[in-house]
Write a protein that binds this ligand. Structure first.
Ligand SMILES: Nc1ncnc2c1ncn2[C@@H]1O[C@H](COP(=O)(O)OP(=O)(O)OP(=O)(O)O)[C@@H](O)[C@H]1O
Ligand SMILES: [Mg+2]
Length: 388
């Protein structure tokens, strides 16, 4: 599909359409060019919560700043609400203040020399959609009410706690009436408990106001808990775009599997073509492993290498009392290396064959000791083959 067709089709359902965006901070000179973002394309549907997730330096903030108009890419195009706000080829660029956005940065951007209500009212006095002066205070107060700050509206902003500052930043952003709310790690300065509480508040404000959100974080649990769609980035590229459940249960690449949650990954020397039920037989150093959990990736070909991926909660363990027993389908012998009681579960490290170590979560009453023989089963339904 051409760029024009893609953006025309998306105009009704998408708030933001990013097409092949590429940006380097260095002057591009031969092989020296390193791209902070390297040809990424994605859509943010209207009213949805979409998160850019990835390790430090993968290009999340650069992407967000390009959407805001604070950075300009060397290649690509950005449509917002059906309007082109950036097109490198056409030399088109709309300034940040003329884009229908509001941004909540990591540091909240609260003005210390103003009161809470003056901070909140700022976009009503000076923004794109200014209010009549008699409406400013009532509108700002109404919003402060919604975020639980009306009782302290006349305090100095410096007298707020971290959580209150975050709520104020969110209130001020919503008063801009943005089409798209851009949030760059807005919870990262808060302690863990407050972070968990505020992320739920943030999601419910976003739903209540029906605003589209593009959120940046390197915290996978935040991304999984908050988002309709998670975009996993690595070194300026997109690894996977999916709903949180699929990101966790059906990672498309070994990078995603490893970055999200904890995953057991071990090498596949050669894989068979998929059987009729979609499963493949992966030849590994612990023997053939049937992998039945499909990803959206291309079908493997006979002989491809890759990885087996299985989450620790999906490794089923059994003690082998009374000596060696027959192995069932996808079952393997192992030896317990370590066993840790963690309250709600026992975490085991099991050596399997010479070189593969697997982590397994067993029930809290599972009793075993290091050196003990064990049988473990990898349920094909939750075991994934990933191409290398
Ligand atoms: N102003 C800049 N000048 C030069 N290089 C930059 C600049 N800003 C970012 N970079 C580089 O671009 C790459 C992407 O940076 P970016 O800030 O987008 O990453 P990030 O995913 O937001 O990381 P973090 O999680 O640490 O915030 C990094 O290699 C970074 O060093
Ligand atoms: Mg960043």
């Amino acid at each position: 599909m051409t760029n024009a067709a893609r953006s025309a089709e998306a105009a009704h359902t998408e708030s933001v359409v990013i097409t092949r965006l590429r940006k380097s901070y260095k002057r591009v000179s031969g092989s020296d060019a390193t791209y902070a973002i390297d040809g990424i394309s994605f859509d943010v549907p209207k009213g949805k919560f979409v998160t850019l997730l990835g390790p430090s330096g993968c290009g999340k903030t650069t992407t967000l700043r390009c959407v805001a108009g604070l950075e300009q890419a060397q290649e690509g195009r950005i449509d917002m609400g059906g309007r082109i706000v950036f097109d490198a080829a056409e030399n088109r660029y709309v300034r940040p203040e003329d884009r229908p956005i509001a941004m909540v940065p990591q540091s909240y951007g609260i003005w210390p020399h103003m009161t809470v209500i003056d901070n909140a009212a700022f976009p009503l006095r000076y923004g794109r959609n200014r209010s009549r002066s008699k409406d400013v205070r009532p509108r700002a107060l109404q919003m402060l009410e919604q975020v639980g700050l009306a009782g302290i509206a006349d305090r100095w902003a410096t007298q707020l706690s971290g959580g209150q500052q975050q709520r104020l930043a969110f209130a001020r952003a919503l008063l801009c009436e943005p089409e798209v709310l851009l949030l760059d790690e807005p919870l990262s300065n808060l302690d863990a408990k407050l972070r968990a509480q505020l992320r739920q508040e943030l999601r419910s404000f976003q739903e209540q106001f029906g605003v589209t959100a593009l959120y940046v974080t390197h915290d996978q649990s935040e991304a999984l808990a908050l988002s309709d769609t998670v975009i996993v980035m690595n070194q300026g590229r997109i690894e996977q775009v999916d709903e949180p459940q699929r990101i966790y249960h059906s990672p498309r690449t070994s990078f995603v599997a490893d970055f999200i949650g904890s995953a057991n990954l071990f090498a596949v020397q050669h894989v068979s073509r998929p059987c009729r039920d979609g499963s493949v037989l992966a030849g590994t150093s612990i023997g053939p492993v049937r992998c039945g959990n499909s990803t959206d990736g291309p079908d493997p070909r006979n002989g491809d290498s890759g990885f087996v991926c299985v989450r620790p909660e999906n490794v089923q363990v059994q003690t082998r009392e009374g000596g060696r027993s027959e192995l069932a389908d996808n079952q393997f012998h192992g030896t317990v290396v370590s066993s840790e009681f963690l309250g709600d579960r026992v975490e085991l490290v099991i050596r399997c064959g010479g070189e593969v170590s697997l982590t397994a979560f067993a029930r809290a009453d599972f009793g075993c000791r290091p050196g003990q023989d064990i049988a473990l089963r990898l349920d094909p339904a939750t075991t994934t083959y990933l191409a290398s």
